[in-house]
Design a binder for this molecule. Structure first.
Ligand SMILES: NC(=O)c1ccc[n+]([C@@H]2O[C@H](COP(=O)([O-])OP(=O)(O)OC[C@H]3O[C@@H](n4cnc5c(N)ncnc54)[C@H](O)[C@@H]3O)[C@@H](O)[C@H]2O)c1
Length: 264
């Protein structure tokens, strides 16, 4: 067991990558505290982890609200006495061309997908300092480096998460706290599959752009998170790790006719 006895707090853990991380961390001996606004699925994930013999609990929060983040951190610390792993992972994004995004939508994206990461980190750091160490993981994205149409708010928060990760890492490295970011490529989560569901055949077009020819499974992202959360990553901090099936390795240029990949 790679996380035996650890207490992990995971936002957005009622679905997708966060859910896979909660299951993976629990399988490796950690208590998984599922923080999400979706009560039915938070209870489902916690129940399924417990049924499989793991330790899990859930807390219902809107991470866009500072008071909810305060309650999330406080209740976890009160109940479990410590927080060893914080995974900031919940997301919301406005969608639209830069000139068309309403200011409130821009602000909401920042609140849920960047300020929440900062605020949870700020509140957990003193607890980790007191207990002599901990791990903070932030879910970024390939979008932290690359532009996509109508996704400026998403790109901005994901780049911001990388900066927050580096700053947190260097400031707390001598306190035994490590902070790293994970940059998934396209992953088959309920959230992303909804995006790919229209028009018909869009998923196939998307997958064809990925050198591996498929989306990631959430568990494949969770496995990277597990490594970073575990003591095996004891010298890793301030870093980001891609898990994108080769997507960002490719320039994106079209190939010269006759010089395409083998499967053409
Ligand atoms: N799926 C992908 O292709 C992909 C790629 C790169 C990065 N990511 C990142 O991975 C993370 C997880 O994405 P996913 O695809 O698993 O998403 P998902 O939509 O499947 O799950 C997101 C979870 O976050 C919760 N959530 C959303 N807003 C919340 C709020 N305000 N307060 C509390 N909970 C809230 C939802 O209820 C849901 O349970 C996100 O940070 C996302 O940007 C995903």
């Amino acid at each position: 067991m790679r996380l035996q006895g650890k207490i992990s707090l995971i936002t957005g853990a009622a679905s997708g990558i966060g859910e896979a991380a909660a299951r993976t961390f629990a399988r490796e001996g950690a208590a998984a505290i599922i923080a999400d606004r979706d009560e039915a699925n938070a209870a489902r994930v916690a129940g399924e982890i417990r049924a499989a013999g793991g330790q899990a609990d859930y807390v219902i929060v809107n991470v866009g609200e500072a008071a909810d983040i305060e309650r999330m951190v406080q209740s976890t610390a009160d109940k479990f006495g410590r927080i060893d792993i914080l995974l900031n992972n919940a997301v919301y994004t406005a969608v639209g061309r830069v000139a068309d995004i309403p200011l409130e939508e821009w602000q909401r994206t920042l609140d849920v997908s960047l300020t929440a990461y900062f605020y949870a980190t700020k509140l957990v750091l003193p607890i980790m300092v007191r207990q002599g160490g901990g791990v903070i993981l932030n879910t970024s994205s390939t979008a932290g480096f690359l532009a996509d149409y109508k996704l400026a708010p998403y790109a901005v928060v994901k780049a911001g998460v990388l900066a927050l990760t580096r700053n947190t890492a260097i400031e707390y490295a001598r306190k035994g706290i490590r902070c790293n970011a994970i940059c998934p490529g396209s992953t088959a989560t309920p959230g992303f599959l909804r995006t790919l569901s229209r028009p018909k055949g869009f998923r196939e077009i998307y997958e064809d752009k990925i050198p591996m020819g498929r989306l990631a499974k959430p568990e494949e992202i969770a496995n990277l998170m597990l490594f970073l959360a575990s003591d095996e990553a004891s010298f890793v901090t301030g870093a980001y790790y891609l898990a994108d099936g080769g997507f960002t390795a490719h320039s994106g240029n079209p190939y010269v006719p006759g010089q395409g990949p083998d499967w053409e």
